[in-house]
Design a protein around this ligand. Structure first.
Ligand code: UD1
Ligand code: CA
Length: 480
C-alpha cells in the first residue's frame, strides 16, 4: 500500500449500490473487472491513497459479493460497508453511509464506484479546494463537447456554481451547457448530514439527487468547483465505456513498466493486471498476458502469446511462446519453459529447469537442472536435481479416488514413454528403461525394465506371403 503522508483527517464514501442497468448484466456493475480488479476497487483505492479513513462503501446490488471482493483485495484497509437496500438515488445512498460515519466530523469525500480512472491527486485537489474556499462543498466539474448523460453545472451571473441540473430535468438551454458534474465531491460533515435530510425527490426520475446539495451550498457560503480532466473522471455505464477505461488503465501500466526498464515489443498487445511486477531488462513479446499476483524477475524473456497467472519468476527465466502458467507457481533463475508448456498450481521449478513442449506440471517440485523437454505429465511429483524425464513420461497420480505421489531421486534417468504408477519412488541415479510401466520402487542406482519382452521372428514376412499365395489357389499370376 502506498504510504500516505500525514494530512488533516478525511473520510470518504464510495457509492457502489447501483445495478448498472446499461451493462445488461446479471453481475452488479461495480463487480465487472478491469485489470483483474472489480470496477469499484479503483475508486476505493484512490480514496485510500488520498489518505481517507474510514472509506465507507455503500453497497446494494449483490452487496455481499461486492463487500467480500473488496475486503479480499484490500486486506487491512480501513474499509466499512453500508447497505442501501433500495436504490433511491445518490443522496439516499450517501445517507445510508451515515451510521458507518459515526464520530467523523471533518470533511467527507464522495466518489462514484464507477469512475475507475480517477487519481488520488485529483481527489486531493477537490479536498484542498474546499478547505481553501472555506466552503461547505467542493465538486469536480469537467468540460465535455458531448455532455450527454451528465448533470450540467448552472452558474450564476457572477460565474459561481449555483446548482446542478440532471439531464432529464434540464431545459433545452441547460442541456446545451458543456460543463458537467464529474460526480466527485468533498463536503463538510455537518453540512452534509443536515442538507441530505432536506433533499426531496420531486424530479423527473423521482430520485433523491445528491446534486441538490450544490444549490444548498451555494445559499450558504458557496460551492467551490475544480476543473478536472475528462479522461480521469469519465464514468463507466456500459460495456463500451468499460473497455475504453480498461484500455486507458492498460496503457498507463504499460507506460509505467517501460519507464521502469521493461521492453514491451508491442505495448498495445500486452495485457497486465493491476499490481503485477516486472523486473528491468525483461523483454515481453507481443500478446503476453500477466495476471493476478504475478511477479517477473529482471532479465527474463516472455514469449509471444504466453499467459502467466500468479507466477513468480526469478531473474533470467526464458518463457518460450504460448506457454501457460496457472499458479501459484514459482520458477527459478535461468529456467527455460515452452514453447507450449502448461505449468499448473503448486509447481515449483528450481533454477535451470527445462520444461518443454506439451509438458504439464501440477503440484510438482522439479529440482535444480531437472529436464522434461517433451510431452510429459508430472503431477504430485517430487523430481530431484538433474533428473532427465524422457518424452512421453506420465506420472499416474490418480487411482480414481485419491492422488498419490511420485518421488524421483537426484540424477535419475527416466526413459521415454515411461508410466510411473504412484505411489512410487525411483531412487537417486536409477535408470528406468524406455517404455516401462513401473509399479514397484526402484532402488538408487538400479536399472528397471517394466515392459513386455520383444519377440523377433526372422523371415516371418516372406513365409506369410507364401502362405497367402497358396490359400488363393496358386492359379493366378503373381501380383505385380
Ligand atoms: C451522477 C450525477 C450526475 C453526474 C454523474 C457523473 C446524480 C443525481 N447525478 O449521475 O450529475 O454528472 O453522476 O458520473 O447524482 N448509486 C447508488 N445508489 C443509488 C444510485 C446510485 O449507490 O441509489 C451509485 C451507482 O452505483 C454509481 C453512482 O452512485 O456508482 C452514480 O450513480 P449513477 O446512476 O451512475 O449516476 P449518473 O446517472 O451517472
Ligand atoms: Ca454513472
Amino acid at each position: 500500500m502506498a504510504k500516505t503522508q500525514k494530512r488533516a483527517p478525511l473520510a470518504a464514501v464510495v457509492l457502489a449500490a447501483g445495478k448498472g442497468t446499461r451493462m445488461k448484466s446479471g453481475t452488479a456493475k461495480v463487480l465487472h473487472e478491469l485489470g483483474g480488479k472489480p470496477l469499484a476497487w479503483y475508486a476505493v483505492r484512490a480514496a485510500l491513497d488520498a489518505g481517507a479513513a474510514p472509506v465507507v462503501v455503500v453497497v446494494g446490488h449483490q452487496a455481499a459479493e461486492v463487500e467480500a471482493r473488496l475486503r479480499a483485495e484490500l486486506p487491512g484497509a480501513p474499509l466499512r460497508f453500508a447497505l442501501q437496500a433500495e436504490q433511491k438515488g445518490t443522496a439516499h445512498a450517501v445517507l445510508a453511509a451515515r451510521p458507518a460515519m459515526r464520530g467523523v466530523s471533518g470533511p467527507v469525500a464522495i466518489l462514484s464506484g464507477d469512475v475507475p480512472l480517477l487519481s488520488a491527486a485529483t481527489l486531493r485537489r477537490v479536498v484542498a479546494a474546499r478547505g481553501r474556499a472555506r466552503a461547505p462543498l467542493a465538486l469536480a466539474t469537467m468540460a465535455l463537447a458531448e455532455p450527454r448523460g451528465y448533470g450540467r453545472v448552472v452558474r450564476d451571473a457572477r460565474g459561481r456554481a449555483a446548482r446542478i441540473v440532471e439531464e432529464k430535468d434540464a431545459s433545452d438551454a441547460e442541456r446545451a451547457l458543456q460543463e458537467v458534474n464529474a460526480g466527485l465531491y468533498c463536503a463538510d460533515a455537518a453540512f452534509l448530514w443536515r442538507s441530505l435530510a432536506r433533499v426531496g425527490s420531486a424530479n423527473a426520475q423521482g430520485e433523491f439527487y445528491l446534486t441538490d446539495l450544490v444549490a444548498m451550498a451555494a445559499a450558504r457560503g458557496g460551492a467551490a468547483t475544480v476543473e478536472v480532466d475528462p479522461l480521469e473522471a469519465s464514468g463507466v455505464n456500459d460495456r463500451e465505456e468499460l473497455a475504453r477505461a480498461g484500455a486507458v488503465l492498460q496503457r498507463r501500466r504499460a507506460s509505467a513498466l517501460m519507464k521502469a526498464g521493461v521492453t514491451l515489443e508491442a505495448p498495445e498487445r500486452f495485457l497486465c493486471d493491476e499490481g503485477v511486477e516486472v523486473g528491468p531488462d525483461t523483454v515481453v513479446e507481443p500478446d503476453v498476458r500477466l495476471r493476478g499476483a504475478t511477479r517477473i524477475g529482471a532479465g527474463c524473456r516472455l514469449g509471444q502469446g504466453s499467459v502467466l497467472a500468479d507466477a513468480v519468476l526469478a531473474p533470467g527465466v526464458t518463457v518460450r511462446p504460448y506457454t501457460v502458467i496457472e499458479g501459484p507457481a514459482t520458477v527459478g533463475r535461468g529456467a527455460i519453459l515452452g514453447p507450449f508448456s502448461r505449468v499448473r498450481p503448486g509447481s515449483e521449478l528450481a533454477e535451470g529447469v527445462h520444461v518443454g513442449n506439451f509438458v504439464e506440471t501440477k503440484k510438482a517440485r522439479l529440482g535444480k537442472g531437472a529436464k522434461a523437454n517433451h510431452l510429459a505429465y508430472l503431477g504430485d511429483a517430487v523430481v530431484g536435481a538433474g533428473v532427465n524425464v524422457g518424452a512421453g513420461t506420465i506420472t499416474c497420480n490418480y487411482d480414481g479416488e485419491k492422488k498419490h505421489e511420485t518421488r524421483i531421486g537426484d540424477g535419475a534417468f527416466i526413459g521415454s514413454d515411461s508410466i510411473l504408477v504412484a505411489p512410487i519412488e525411483i531412487g537417486a541415479g536409477a535408470y528406468v528403461a524406455a517404455g516401462s510401466t513401473i509399479t514397484k520402487a526402484v532402488p538408487p542406482g538400479a536399472l528397471a525394465f517394466g515392459r513386455a519382452q520383444q519377440v523377433t521372428k526372422e523371415g516371418w514376412v516372406a513365409r506369410k506371403k507364401a502362405e497367402k499365395a497358396r490359400a488363393a489357389g496358386g492359379a493366378r499370376p503373381p501380383a505385380r
